[in-house]
Structure formats: structure tokens, C-alpha cells
Design a binder for this molecule. Structure first.
Ligand code: AR6
Length: 185
């Protein structure tokens, strides 16, 4: 098969993406992604929710990982969560968009998806990384999330399914609109 033939089209890849409104800790998928900080020792927002739901063993294994650089990702078991794995990634703190924020955010999606593939993950769920405490504008962040994911899926059979999980109705609306525009393109 030629490269072109083995590459899935962007339209085919969109069908591997879905949107979920709600709490990512409830999802029964192979892996959920955590918007962590560089210590990997827990925090507020989605990080706090994941650590609470997974139980104290998660913090113990995270403490042995020696932290994680911004834009990088590390994988652990998910303990009491319905998911099998947690992929911890550290998004950039948004300043003005001119401090490598887009590259670092893109890298979070790429590294998380690569780790998922290496671990045979069929289904993965992402929160809106950096869009809470780290202040990344949701429109720009969603664009990067969708773009990086579609590019990865075009070249890789795994993960088969990618869910973007949005706690806020307004964030869900942003992703919905962007995906609709992509389908029409
Ligand atoms: N399920 C899905 N999405 C959620 C949930 C949840 N349970 N809880 C919050 N969100 P944030 P960041 C959404 O602040 O901006 C932590 O303290 C939320 O609406 O969790 O990457 C870490 O330890 C927002 O859209 O992560 C770091 O110090 C998105 O998750 C820092 O915050 C991300 O918001 C990371 O900041």
C-alpha cells in the first residue's frame, strides 16, 4: 500500500472523535488524560478530581516518576477509576501565546497519543488541557487539540477512538462548532 493509501483521510479520522459533556473520571475508556503540573503530585481542577477518584495509590506511583516537563506525558495505572490507565501531561501556563504555548500544548496531545498507542490503548479521553487554572483561551486550545489529534490519527491505527470531555457547556459548544466546520471542509 502506498503512503497515501495507508493514510486515513481527515474525514475518516473525524469519525474516530467524539465529544462528551461531563466528568472525565466517570468514563469507561482505556485511558484518561490528566492535565497535571510538573510535580505530578496532584492539584486542583481535573487533576484533583482524578486523584480523588483513583485513590492514594495514584499519588504513590506518581511520586516515583520524578515529575514531568511541560509538553511531555507519562503513564500510570488508573487504580480505582473505571479507566485502565491515566496519562499525565503538563500543559503550558498561558501568558500571551508568544511563549511557545501553542507548540507545548500540541506536544501534550502528540505525546499522550503516542504513549496511548505504545500501550495498546483503543479508547482515550482528553480534558481541555491548560484551559482552566493555566488560562489558555478555549478557542485556540480546542483548535490545537483537534488538529493535533486528527494529524496523529491519520497516521496511526491506535487509539481507535478519541473523546474530548468538556465539563463546561460553553467549552463543549466550542469543540462542537470546530468539529462541525471540519466535517464541512
Ligand atoms: N472532568 C473533565 N474536565 C474537567 C474536570 C473533570 N472532572 N474538572 C475540571 N475540568 P484545569 P489546567 C476542566 O484547571 O488549566 C491543576 O491544579 C476545566 O473546566 O484542571 O491544565 C493542576 O495540578 C478546564 O476546561 O487544568 C495544575 O497545577 C480543564 O478541565 C493546573 O491545575 C482544565 O482545567 C493545570 O491547569
Amino acid at each position: 500500500m502506498t503512503d497515501a493509501a495507508s493514510r486515513e483521510s481527515s474525514h475518516d479520522c473525524i469519525s474516530r472523535i467524539d465529544l462528551v459533556r461531563g466528568d472525565i473520571t466517570r468514563l469507561d475508556v482505556d485511558a484518561i488524560v490528566n492535565a497535571a503540573n510538573t510535580t505530578l503530585l496532584g492539584g486542583g481542577g481535573v487533576d484533583g478530581a482524578i486523584h480523588r477518584a483513583a485513590g492514594p495509590q495514584l499519588r504513590e506511583v506518581c511520586a516515583a516518576l520524578g515529575g514531568c516537563a511541560t509538553g511531555d506525558a507519562k503513564i500510570t495505572p488508573a487504580f480505582r477509576l473505571p479507566a485502565r490507565y491515566v496519562i499525565h501531561t503538563v500543559g503550558p501556563v498561558y501568558r500571551d501565546g508568544a511563549h511557545r504555548e501553542p507548540d507545548l500544548l500540541r506536544s501534550c496531545y502528540e505525546k499522550s497519543l503516542a504513549l496511548a498507542e505504545e500501550n495498546g490503548v483503543n479508547s482515550i479521553a482528553f480534558p481541555a488541557i491548560s484551559c482552566g487554572a493555566y488560562g489558555y483561551p478555549i478557542d485556540a486550545a480546542a483548535q490545537i487539540a483537534i488538529d493535533a489529534t486528527l494529524r496523529f490519527l491519520a497516521d496511526h491505527p491506535l487509539p481507535r477512538r478519541v473523546s474530548f470531555v468538556l465539563l463546561l457547556e460553553s467549552d463543549y459548544g466550542v469543540y462542537e462548532r470546530l468539529l462541525r466546520d471540519r466535517r464541512r471542509a
